[in-house]
Design a binder for this molecule. Structure first.
Ligand code: ASP
Length: 579
């Protein structure tokens, strides 16, 4: 016996007159004085069933028992609806199934929420995710995700990449997050780390002659959860031997453009524009600028040197943005709060009124030359940042985004671009020690290999891919010579012993014939979420965790009995709840 001849969304006028068996979930049941109408649903859509008490008293009796989300099978004849009953907004709206036989395959207890209910608490949805997954939005998102993954696999295959599986349980790889640890019963007191990425394994694949590696790799990072972050996520992870930066960028652009084509959307034009890290910070205050709108940061440090306005005179950097709106005092007070959240002490401004008036508490301190530099069209506001360059960049970058969101300045378009030429090292804010920006395996640009004398001046072959201000992923050309790798660890102050114990295998491998190589990793859920227009990656993940880090469905994580822990060589310290 087959459960169904067709799926619910597949019925149409061309099948009128056919006897069909359909199966699915009861989306709604409507009793119309004798006639019972049921919307039968599956992942393809909805088909209307009609049960007529005079034609089929048995089926009618069954229909009375139906509740939402029962699973039923219905057999009958597909008929055209009366013209006045046609529903043009439904793809199957011209037909209905006249049911002769009806069977309840499985029942549902009363539902914790209705599938079409809005504003249902998200934890409740996740607790009953099997119900939530039946919603059209989740069905659409998971299928979109599948299409994107299929497209990626095809692009990779077409370009000679092979899928190589690398271990999830490994030694920590420095990707800037904490590791999740896995205790090992056979060696009590020892731990694997769950891979933050396959970084070192993919480099070893290159040294192993794989040439072109890729994987839809699961990565685990112990970080605070956010709208765009889960503990575990997937990335398209790839690595290529005998390549330069542009070869990697070319592959990634093809991945993006092919994926757009696969979901039948207008792909962004190639090549994607490139911007240096220095430019991005100077003009947009961030290394992942949203280029869908202007509001570029302008520099006024030279003009304000020796200003009568003390804040400007003493500042290492004075920069500003011009907003195409005339803000009121109250609005400026609100923006000042935003600026403070980003680290500013206050917010200086000049309002150029539509009436031609200049309103600003600082104008009286500014010279003609300064005022001329801050000239702007009537009906606009100049907002300033003054102080240390990184803070000024952060404040103006933050204000720029905030204002653009409020004024809805971002055009509805897909702007992809690359950020390149990052510094190789930066100072750690707490320890002031030199540290990596991306990871310590990133190569300096040719000519900057001698970085030990002046680490801060060296540029790296690191690149980021940005979509509308979201960082989709990062990659780099890697160090393929062990002495350069050792020098990076030296600059970072990693002890010889740590290098030997943590990365000894890498240095050894680099000493046994490592080809030049480079690669990339793109966050898959983030990419799909942006494709789907979802603000939160939880809508793309079948079974996500909530922001506390728990899974409301299974109740994980859970405490473990003491004897289980003992076997692993672990003793748990009870938390405040005593669990
Ligand atoms: N391993 C890096 C990451 O996960 C990506 C790369 O450099 O290929 O961000």
């Amino acid at each position: 016996m087959s459960w169904r001849d067709l799926r619910c969304g597949d019925v149409g006028p061309e099948l009128v007159g056919r006897r069909l068996t359909l199966a699915g979930w009861v989306a709604t049941r409507r009793d119309h004085g004798g006639l019972v109408f049921v919307d039968l649903r599956d992942h393809t859509g909805v088909c209307q069933l009609v049960i007529n008490p005079e034609r089929t008293p048995d089926a009618h009796a069954v229909a009375h028992e139906l509740r939402n989300e029962f699973v039923v099978q219905a057999e009958g004849e597909l008929v055209a609806r009366a013209p006045e009953a046609v529903n043009p907004s439904l793809p199957t709206g011209a037909v209905e199934l006249q049911v002769d036989r009806f069977e309840i395959l499985s029942r549902s207890t009363p539902l914790p929420f209705q599938l079409d209910e809005e504003h249902v608490d998200e934890t409740l949805r996740l607790r009953y995710r099997w119900l939530d997954l039946r919603r059209e939005q989740m069905q659409r998102n998971l299928r979109l995700s599948h299409t994107v993954v299929q497209s990626i696999r095809k692009t990779m295959d077409d370009r000679g990449f092979i899928d190589v599986w690398t271990p999830g349980m490994t030694r920590g790889t420095p990707e800037g997050a904490r590791d999740f640890l896995v205790p090992v019963r056979l060696q009590p007191g020892r731990f694997f780390a769950l891979a933050q990425s396959p970084q070192l394994f993919k480099q070893l694949c290159m040294i192993g002659g794989i040439d072109r590696y890729y994987q839809i790799a699961t990565c685990w990072r112990d970080e605070d959860l956010r709208a765009d972050r889960q503990f575990e996520f997937r990335q398209l992870d790839l690595e290529m031997a005998f390549v330069e930066r542009d070869d990697v960028l070319d592959v990634m652009e093809a991945v993006v453009v092919d994926a757009f084509a696969a979901v039948e959307r207008e792909p962004p034009a190639r090549p994607f524009p490139r911007m240096s890290y220095g430019d991005a910070i100077a003009r947009y205050g961030t290394d992942k600028p949203d280029l869908r709108f202007g509001l570029e940061i302008q520099d006024a440090t030279e003009v304000t040197r020796g200003s009568e306005f003390g804040v400007f005179a003493g500042a290492e950097a004075v920069r500003f943005i011009v907003i195409p709106t005339e803000y009121s005092r109250a609005e400026l007070a609100r923006l000042e709060e935003v600026a403070k959240e980003w680290g500013a002490r206050g917010l200086a401004y000049i309002v150029h009124g539509a009436d031609g008036e200049v309103r600003s508490p600082i104008a009286k301190f500014l010279s003609e030359r300064e005022l001329a530099a801050f000239a702007a069209p009537p009906g606009s506001t100049v907002l300033f940042g003054a102080g240390e360059p990184p803070i000024v960049a952060r404040v103006l970058g933050g204000l720029r985004l905030h204002v653009a969101r409020e004024l809805e300045l971002a055009e509805d378009s897909n702007v992809f671009h690359w950020v390149i030429d990052f510094p190789l090292f930066e100072r750690d804010e707490d320890t002031h020690q030199w540290t990596f920006l991306h990871h310590p395996f990133t190569a300096p640009i040719p000519g900057d290999e001698d970085f030990e004398g002046d680490p801060g001046a060296a540029k790296s072959q690191h690149y980021d891919l940005i979509w509308n201000g979201w960082e989709l992923g990062s990659g780099s050309i890697r160090i393929h010579r062990s002495e350069v790798q050792a020098a990076v660890f030296r600059v970072m102050g990693v002890s010889d012993e740590d290098v030997r114990s943590k990365y000894g295998f890498l240095l050894e491998a680099l000493e046994m014939g490592a080809p030049p190589h480079g690669g990339f990793a793109m966050g898959l859920e983030r990419f799909v979420a942006l494709m789907a227009g979802e603000p939160d990656i939880r809508q793309i993940v079948a079974f996500p965790k909530v922001s506390s880090g728990s899974d409301p469905l299974t109740g994980a994580p859970t405490p473990m009995p003491a004897d289980v822990l003992r076997e692993l060589g672990i003793e748990a310290i009870p938390d405040e709840q005593g669990s």
